[in-house]
Unconditional design. Structure first.
Length: 252
């Protein structure tokens, strides 16, 4: 029986192993998860690809908005080629214009960089679509841009609040897989899959316990306190519960 795929956002080989061991179908790899995700290094891509799950790699050269100039787009095109050469099964890309439309020229250039690498790869439009002026209209443009799927909350703060728009995006983009993501909890999954999405994406994250033994001082803007100055790890219980919620139910 067909079921939607489960994608887990990870930042390390350990996270990818947790995803594999608890039923994920693939992972999205990035760094800086607390910043919305940034492009990982080639060495990190190689290490995560070696775990064995298909790896979709986020290509995003900086935090902040998704309006990218020509220099940033050229850099991300080079990053696309680099991460695919390092073992990525696909890339996760996106760009907007200043007025909130999808930057079709930049997206097409990044997709072309992926497709010109000499082997089949998947290309996902990331959650830039949720900041666009009309996510459903934007989704309708995607089949012509050579994209495999789109990651979206339906333009809502969390995917569980964007159910109607997710269903509309599924209808608007035939041939493009709509993947629900953004603030997803396992309990949200039945309602999300009822919209017709092809996959569900979640980070399944928790804060790692700090391992420092010495005094703490802030070293960056995000270091608000000693407790918060840590990194995220993948929680196996959340991955396992998400997998369970995606399994077909049998009648009593």
């Amino acid at each position: 029986m067909w079921r939607p795929a489960l994608e887990i956002a990870v930042t390390s080989p350990a996270g990818a192993r947790t995803a594999l061991d608890h039923g994920a179908d693939r992972v999205e790899l990035c760094t800086g998860l607390e910043l919305g995700g940034l492009t990982p290094s080639a060495a990190l891509v190689e290490a995560v690809a070696a775990v064995g799950l298909p790896v979709q790699v986020l290509v995003r050269c900086r935090p902040g908005d998704f309006v990218h100039d020509a220099e940033e787009t050229a850099l991300m095109a080079a990053e696309v080629r680099s991460v695919i050469a390092s073992g990525a099964s696909g890339v996760v890309i996106g760009a907007l214009t200043a007025d909130g439309c999808v930057d079709t020229e930049a997206v097409a250039r990044l997709a072309a960089a992926a497709h010109d690498t000499g082997r089949p790869v998947e290309v996902t439009l990331h959650r830039a679509i949720d900041l666009s002026s009309d996510p459903v209209a934007t989704a309708a443009l995607l089949p012509a841009l050579g994209l495999t799927r789109v990651l979206t909350s339906g333009g809502a703060p969390a995917a569980g609040q964007g159910l109607d728009r997710l269903a509309a995006m599924v209808e608007a983009a035939p041939g493009v897989q709509v993947m629900a993501g953004g603030g997803v909890r396992p309990v949200d999954i039945p309602a999300l899959t009822a919209t017709g999405v092809a996959a569900v994406h979640l980070s399944a994250k928790r804060r790692a316990e700090p391992r420092r033994g010495a005094a703490w001082i802030p070293l960056g803007a995000s270091s608000a306190s000693a407790d918060q100055d840590t990194h995220f790890v993948t929680d196996p219980a959340v991955v396992a519960e998400a997998r369970r919620m995606l399994e077909p139910r049998t009648a009593a």
